[in-house]
Design a protein around this ligand. Structure first.
Ligand SMILES: NC(=O)c1ccc[n+]([C@@H]2O[C@H](COP(=O)([O-])OP(=O)(O)OC[C@H]3O[C@@H](n4cnc5c(N)ncnc54)[C@H](O)[C@@H]3O)[C@@H](O)[C@H]2O)c1
Length: 368
């Protein structure tokens, strides 16, 4: 089976990381890049020149209506994600949507509902929980190797993008763009957040983007504290305000040990473990230094091929969005904000009880 891919948004992540993974999967005979849409005529032409794909669409709706497409990738600016992913799910496609899955709670709830009732899988970035390093750390946490998990700390940031004004407009900002990685990672370890409190603001009010000086309307600097209940907390520092760092990306403190993820959670370099029993640090090197942060696409293809459920769940992405919206409210109103959504724990070896037929029947429109 070769799966046909259509892409909405032919910007930098398409031209770089996603297209290189697509090329690899295409060499393996598993996918074919057939169609793309972007309102920018120059990007459409570049996609035709490089990949020979069909870009003759007037609207995203025309692309998702194309019957021969199996998978739609939503790689646009963030404010577009919700509506485009909805249209693709409604058309019966499997969908991968970049982060965040939507910029409003209503859109995200609708996506989760559609993912449960429509034939297609919905895979939401970031795909951090799929990395070999994350999986090994998760197993250590769940099997009690560091005891009860009490405290966490994570950070991710850089000096900020220059190629899109939308990063600095409402619906953009450092938390949606960067902090979402740490949040997805921490929730995967701790479970659902109950309450959040945050300091967020605009540290650099003018920036250069798309060759112009723009006003920054979305927070570019944030510090967030998460309450997971039972006295368990974690914090995230994120911003378009960071030049360099040499600290672990994610630190987990348990009753008998510590885990520290090295590198970034979207580009891990292994991890270190402290055990009270051993009385020493142990280094676990990266087992796949070439793991790509676009791995959700490989995972989606594999789930379609095998008729299995996805490890990454839309509920996890919806929860992350609710926490981020709560953090924005907390910062704006100067108070602690409750979070009500929950998501199921990660299950890394999902198998359909009947050998995959049930999952295929739900998820492959062609079997209906
Ligand atoms: N750039 C990164 O390093 C990076 C990394 C990981 C994830 N992401 C995520 O990937 C997404 C895209 O980021 P990017 O850096 O490629 O941005 P970009 O600005 O380079 O590209 C986005 C593209 O979407 C197009 N677009 C806007 N509205 C559209 C619509 N309705 N239909 C089709 N296309 C539309 C724009 O014209 C633009 O070409 C964002 O959600 C971002 O958060 C980016």
């Amino acid at each position: 089976m070769t799966l046909n891919i259509g892409v909405l948004g032919l910007g930098s992540v398409f031209a770089g990381p996603y297209s290189s993974l697509i090329t690899k999967l295409a060499h393996e005979g598993r996918v074919r890049l057939v169609a793309g849409y972007d309102p920018d005529a120059g990007k459409r032409q570049a996609a035709v020149d490089r990949f020979g794909m069909d870009t003759a669409f007037e609207t995203p709706a025309e692309l998702v209506a194309r019957e021969d497409l199996d998978i739609v990738l939503v790689l646009t600016s963030m404010n577009e994600h919700g509506a485009l992913a909805k249209a693709a799910l409604e058309a019966g496609k499997h969908v991968l949507v970049e982060k965040p899955m939507a910029t409003s709670a209503d859109e995200a709830v609708e996506l989760q509902r559609l993912a449960a009732t429509s034939p297609g899988h919905l895979v939401c970035a970031p795909h951090v929980v799929l990395s070999p390093t994350y999986r090994r750390m998760h197993e250590k946490v769940r099997t009690g190797e560091i005891g009860d998990l009490y405290l966490g700390r994570a950070r991710y940031g850089w000096s900020g993008p220059w190629w899109g004004k939308w990063f600095y407009e409402q619906g953009g900002g450092a938390l949606f763009d960067l902090g979402v990685y740490n949040l997805t990672s921490l929730c995967g370890f701790f479970g659902s957040v109950r309450r959040v409190t945050a300091m967020m603001g605009v540290a650099i009010p003018k920036r250069e983007a798309e060759g112009e000086v723009v006003s920054v309307d979305a927070e570019d600097n944030a510090h967030i504290v998460l309450d997971f209940g039972a006295g368990r907390f974690a914090s995230i520092a994120t911003g378009f305000t960071i030049q360099k760092y040499r600290s672990p990306a994610v630190e987990l403190y348990g009753s008998t040990g510590t885990l520290q993820l090295l590198g970034d959670d979207w580009a891990p370099e292994g991890f270190e473990q402290w055990s009270n029993d051993r009385g020493s640090w142990e280094l676990f090197g990266e087992t796949d230094p070439h793991w790509p942060w676009t791995d959700g696409l490989r995972h989606l293809v594999e789930c379609i091929e095998n008729g299995t459920e996805t490890v990454t769940r839309p509920e996890h992405a919806l929860h992350a969005l609710e926490v981020m919206l709560a953090a924005k409210r907390s910062a704006a109103e100067g108070r602690v904000v409750e979070v009500t959504s929950t998501f199921p724990d990660l299950v890394y070896a999902p198998t359909a009880a009947d050998g995959g037929a049930a999952a295929r029947a739900k998820h492959d429109p062609r079997s209906e």
